[in-house]
Design a protein around this ligand. Sequence first.
Ligand code: ATP
Length: 384
Amino acid sequence: MSNIVLKNVCKSYDKEHYAVQDFSLEIPDREFVIFVGPSGCGKSTTLRMIAGLEEITSGELWIDGQLCNYVEAKDRDLSMVFQNYALYPNMTVYENMAFSLKIRKQPKDEVDKKVHEAAKMLGIEHLLDRRPAALSGGQKQRVAIGSAIMRRPKAFLMDEPLSNLDAKLRAQMRVELAKLHKELKTTVIYVTHDQTEAMTLGTKIIVMKDGVVQQADTPERIYRHPTNKFVAGFIGAPSMNFMETMVMERNGAVYLEADGGVTLRAKGENEMVLRRAYLGKMVILGLRPEDLQDETTASAHRICYEENQLKAFVDLREMIGAEAYLHMNTGKNLITARVPSEVPVTVKESITLYADMEKAQIFDPFTEENILSLPVEKEERATA
Ligand SMILES: Nc1ncnc2c1ncn2[C@@H]1O[C@H](COP(=O)(O)OP(=O)(O)OP(=O)(O)O)[C@@H](O)[C@H]1O
């Protein structure tokens, strides 16, 4: 069992800027936590502080109930996997994997058993006699992971372990890491800037920007209930569409009006909040590409109404396989829809799309916060 807690952890390298600011998080045992965010947002620094490779400027790090700020890296019982493999070039795969157990003076036959078990799990048994120079990138990464899992540490810390691999290998290793996590039943803290890795591997995702945590949540909630416009735009590919819209009330219903004659009716909790706080004001409407559908798909999803349709002109059609991305403009706004590739529309044609307004996200134009995350609304809904 291991439990890792960070309390208001800060890191500043130069006394003027914070690389990490006020980072608080509780990581229960067996969680697969992902730190994700753009380059320079503080992901690796946070991981390195947990590992003990970087000093904590202020705040507290607790591992299994022990304050660890000043505990040396080697005494924290954590195992780290780096992007650049960190293998000993003059040792064979077997020797690399056995190394951490040998220096702990474990019996030879036990070491041998563990190496073979891990090699089998990772599909590298046939490579045990080779040296790292004779391995491909994917094989080296498997060996690095194999070396890390020889011991059963309190947690595995992984810093972009798959970023040197090509797209196909990365996808394959992603699946293997997910399986490994299930088998090893150990906490993993994993740094990436790849949001597909974040969404598929994480049980919890921490989205960071400029050293500050923006949202710490499950992949589903990060995707469907982003706390602000940054998280909404960062997670999801193609990115969420954003449109500046004016909030209007007509015949008792609340509508969002954008340039180019776009008028969409607000639904659910969004409607409630817009009516109370935003009538006659601007807001930013966010719609994921898959929540803009052609007529046939919209009918199947029962979202085919006049009050949520918009006409757009197709600038580019990208064929992906089962789906196509339509890059369009509605006058002022550029938007992307993800539709079945059979939808018969080509470049320079216009198409009518239906927005699934139940799934729309709406952001305050000044704070860029999701209007459903505003404190006043939280209070009111909590007491409703
Ligand atoms: N040793 C250092 N000295 C000074 N500044 C540093 C040092 N290491 C990192 N930084 C700064 O701290 C900030 C966070 O860096 P960090 O490496 O944690 O970002 P990251 O999110 O992991 O980025 P990337 O995805 O590019 O690896 C950056 O502004 C970086 O320039």
